[in-house]
Design a protein around this ligand. Structure first.
Ligand SMILES: [Zn+2]
Length: 205
């Protein structure tokens, strides 16, 4: 199963979460917003240095289903480029903000950039701030082999729910892994990705 955290990095909450994940020796996937990644590059580097995975969550977090194809590609490309510039690697998956993405757009992005779109199977609705214990319980209840849990590392209560959630998930014999591990894919590109701007050679690891 995979724990995924969207919308960061956040200057306090994301480092706090990384401390917790390190204590539990658990890897997660961070769908970062490109603008935030530009603002906090040291946190992006720490995410990768500690064995976690990055995903692309667009540059400005728009409702993609209302955007043109060229806007979608710009949102994705700017974020891929920023991540490449920061850590020398590119994500292999993207997550559309709000899960709002048409099938045609998903296919367009895959055809144009060979980038797969990933949503989730468990939504604890942590953004509604239902309270720490409710978020933890929803994560535990949704956890099963192959589950993809959505959470947001910009919310303090979500971070405070993670230790109890991990206690429950690990007690059930489940091992949280990154999205690529769940899919048995390489953690990073190249996957036929094309770039705008500077020509770069994608990281091969
Ligand atoms: Zn989001």
């Amino acid at each position: 199963m995979a724990l995924t955290f969207d919308d960061g990095p956040h200057p306090q909450n994301t480092p706090h979460l990384l401390d917790i994940l390190a204590r539990y020796r658990v890897k997660a996937t961070f769908y970062v917003i490109g603008q935030n990644a530009r603002r906090y590059p040291e946190i992006v580097r720490r995410i990768v240095a500690e064995g976690h995975e990055l995903g692309n969550h667009t540059w400005t977090h728009p409702v993609l289903s209302r955007q043109s194809d060229s806007t979608i590609l710009t949102e994705i490309d700017r974020t891929q480029q920023m991540i490449w510039d920061t850590v020398g690697a590119v994500p292999v998956t993207m997550r559309p903000p709000y899960g709002s993405f048409t099938h045609r757009q998903m296919q367009m992005l895959f055809d144009q950039r060979n980038l797969s779109s990933v949503v989730w199977s468990v939504d604890p609705e942590d953004w509604r701030r239902p309270g720490v214990s409710v978020v933890a319980q929803r994560m535990i209840q949704g956890a099963r082999p192959g589950a993809v849990i959505l959470a947001h590392d910009i919310h303090g209560p979500t971070i405070r729910a993670v230790p109890a959630a991990l206690d429950g998930i690990l007690a059930r014999g489940l091992q949280p892994v990154t999205m690529s591990d769940l899919l048995a894919w390489p953690h990073w590109g190249p996957r036929g990705l094309r770039y705008v701007g500077r020509a770069t050679t994608p990281y091969q690891g």
